[in-house]
Every structure is written in structure tokens, then in C-alpha cells.
Design a protein around this ligand. Structure first.
Ligand SMILES: Nc1ncnc2c1ncn2[C@@H]1O[C@H](COP(=O)(O)OP(=O)(O)OP(=O)(O)O)[C@@H](O)[C@H]1O
Length: 356
């Protein structure tokens, strides 16, 4: 395993970039800790694959360096980086059996057959293909082939890192959950440095120790699932993580209170002058309906989603989502909303501002 360091890294696909907007990956400094499981999360086109391809060596960055355990590999080809990769679509040898496909990376490195057999058996059990080992890969479903790709990616214990680029796209939903759990267990058992690219927050939050959130070519936050939920550093993180995401309202900050459409709401801390485009963010989990106190709201719709209800409301022309317990009655007199002050975040030009 290795620590992976990104030093002043940036990439533009244009040969003569004129400004930040020409960079698919904006400048980034980061250490990926040895043995940690990371998810790289963001919507389509935000630069996830660009970053992963730089780490794997498929792409040479236009600026900066990448180091594995302090050794500069910026220009080293993929083969020299000692990494395993699993892509979105299966890459298997059709004419080989499932067993030979799984054994391939080990035999390629001259590992003894007894060890190969032991490892293949372990991995086959993990992906649930023990009974198919002697079948040719040709003719198997895309789902089964992708499981072989995953297995082959994980069969070596001595790789610097394991890189996954949306590996569960072709897997059926039930198996998805199971494989994700297996990947997490594998990480726990072997301590590989893993980087898992996805645009699915559930996948990212259930798999990773740390989630790297990207937006428009920039890493906007690196944090544990709890940190991303409680203290989104950028409004995109607030909006992207959570279901529904964080409520955002235009605001003026006056010391320990925020002036928002419809009135004022207290804050847990005191703020200095906050300039720019100022907003407050509060998650639907931290808003409650009231008959007596809070800001005036109109309820538009109530959605029952099983464990709780999502109340879609309007606050002076702004959308406001509220999560309420399933058994809570919503009377006609519930025309106000109260925010939990300790759960309100303040943003200036989309970046979180800390209290004084
Ligand atoms: N080979 C290329 N040449 C020029 N522009 C590219 C190239 N590859 C990607 N881009 C652009 O770089 C930006 C980032 O793309 P990238 O594929 O890294 O995003 P992504 O987050 O992985 O998206 P997706 O989830 O859709 O794969 C996009 O604007 C994309 O159009």
C-alpha cells in the first residue's frame, strides 16, 4: 500500500488554457493516506475520471506532481505504478475460465500455484462465483463478468492502490449492496488504499472512511460522512449530500441572528461582518413545524417515504423541505417553521463561514 500525494496538481485538456474555466481539474494539494478507503463523489463532468486517470497514469497532468510514498510517478506509465483498476464496464478474457481470469494477475507475477489456488478460492467466495470457476467467461451476463473484473482487481494483496471507476453500474441493485459490503470488508481485512469513484451518495457514504466531494473541477470538501452532513464546507456539498439536500435561504447576518425571508432566526454563534452572497443552510432534519413560533410557511405537499415524512413547504417564495417523524400529525395550524440554531451553517459566496 502507499500514501498518494498530489502536489499543485491541475489539468487542462486545452493546450493553451486561458483561465480557471479551461481546467477540468483545478489546482489541488492532497495526501491520500496509506490504507484509507476514499470515495470520489460528484455529478457528471465534475472531473472525477480526470483525477482518477492521473492517479492511475492514463493521463499526464498539465501541472503539478503525483507521488507514491514520496516517489515521483507523474510521468510513470500505469504498468509501473503497481495499481489495480476496475472500470465501469467489465474487462474479462472471454476465452478463459472464470478461474483463469481471477488467477491472471497472480500468475502474471509468477506467484506459486498453491497460493494462486488459495487466493482464487477466497475471491470467488467473496463475489459468489465458487460454483462457476470452470466456466468460460464467454456467455456470462454483464453482471457476472463485472464481478469477475472486481475479483481480478482485488486478487493481489501487494498493490499500491485499488482504483474503482463506478464499478457497480452494471450490477443489479441487490447484488450492488452485497458487493459494496464485501468491498468494505475487504478493505477492513487487507487495508488497501482504495479510491472509489461514484456519483451516487449512498455508494460513497456507505463505502468510504473519507469522501472527497468534487464540483466543477474543484475538490470542495474532504471529510467523513458525518462531517459532510453536519458541516458542509460548500453549498454544493449541502445540496448534494442528503435526501433531500440542505435548505438554502438568502440571509443577512447580524451578530447572532440571521435575517431571512419572513423574519429572523437565531444562530448558535456570533458572526463578524459577512460579505458577498450570504446564505444560511439548514438540513430538513433540523427544521420543525410549529403552530406558535418561527417563520411563516405554506405546506405544499407531504410525502410519506416509510421511516419519515418529507414536508415540501414554501417560505416567502423559497422552497423549504422539512423531515418529520412518520407519526407526527400535521394540523392546519402548523403554519410556522423553526430552525435548530446549532445546526445552521452560514455561507458567503457558497463557502462556509465559521462563527467568531
Ligand atoms: N479527453 C478529453 N478532452 C477534452 N475534454 C475532456 C476530456 N475528457 C473529459 N473532458 C472534460 O473534462 C471535464 C471533466 O470530465 P471528467 O470525465 O473527468 O468528469 P467526471 O466527473 O468523471 O464525469 P462522468 O461522471 O460523466 O464520467 C468535463 O467537462 C469533460 O467534458
Amino acid at each position: 500500500m502507499a500514501k498518494i500525494t498530489l502536489e499543485n496538481l491541475a489539468h487542462s485538456y486545452s493546450p493553451a488554457p486561458k483561465g480557471p474555466e479551461d481546467y477540468a481539474l483545478k489546482e489541488l494539494n492532497h495526501d491520500w493516506q496509506d490504507g484509507a478507503a476514499y470515495a470520489l463523489l460528484g455529478s457528471s463532468g465534475c472531473g472525477k475520471s480526470t483525477l482518477l486517470n492521473i492517479i492511475s497514469g492514463l493521463l499526464i497532468p498539465s501541472q503539478g506532481r503525483i507521488l507514491f510514498d514520496g516517489v515521483d510517478v507523474t510521468r510513470a506509465p500505469t504498468a509501473e505504478r503497481n495499481i489495480a483498476q476496475v472500470f465501469q464496464f467489465p474487462v474479462v478474457y472471454d476465452t478463459m475460465t472464470v478461474r483463469d481470469n481471477l488467477a491472471f494477475p497472480l500468475r502474471n507475477r509468477g506467484r506459486p500455484e498453491a497460493y494462486v489456488a488459495e487466493r482464487v478460492a477466497e475471491i470467488a467466495a467473496m463475489i459468489g462465483m465458487e460454483h462457476m470457476l470452470d466456466r468460460k467467461a464467454r456467455g456470462l451476463t454483464a453482471d457476472a463478468k463485472q464481478k469477475i473484473s472486481l475479483g481480478r482487481g482485488m486478487v493481489r494483496k501487494d498493490v499500491n492502490a485499488l482504483l474503482f471507476d463506478e464499478p457497480l453500474t452494471v450490477i443489479d441493485p441487490h447484488m450492488k449492496w452485497e458487493l459494496r459490503t464485501q468491498l468494505k470488508k475487504l478493505h477492513h481485512d487487507f487495508g488497501h488504499t482504495m479510491i472509489y469513484v461514484t456519483h451516487d451518495q449512498t455508494e460513497a457514504l456507505t463505502f468510504a472512511d473519507k469522501v472527497v466531494v468534487m464540483y466543477d473541477g474543484r475538490v470542495v470538501q474532504i471529510g467523513t460522512p458525518e462531517e459532510l452532513f453536519d458541516r458542509p464546507e460548500h453549498t454544493f456539498v449541502g445540496y448534494f449530500i442528503g435526501s433531500p439536500g440542505m435548505n438554502l435561504l438568502p440571509a443577512k447576518i447580524d451578530g447572532a441572528q440571521a435575517l431571512v425571508p419572513g423574519g429572523t432566526t437565531p444562530l448558535a454563534g456570533t458572526y463578524g461582518a459577512v460579505q458577498g452572497n450570504v446564505q444560511i443552510g439548514v438540513r430538513p432534519e433540523h427544521v420543525r413545524l410549529s403552530a406558535h413560533e418561527g417563520l411563516p410557511v405554506t405546506i405544499r405537499r407531504i410525502e410519506d417515504v416509510g421511516r419519515h415524512r418529507i414536508i415540501r413547504a414554501d417560505l416567502m417564495g423559497h422552497d423549504l423541505n422539512i423531515i418529520a417523524p412518520e407519526d407526527m400529525g400535521v394540523g392546519a395550524d402548523m403554519t410556522r417553521a423553526v430552525f435548530d440554531p446549532s445546526r445552521i451553517n452560514v455561507y458567503a459566496d457558497d463557502w462556509r463561514v465559521a462563527a467568531a
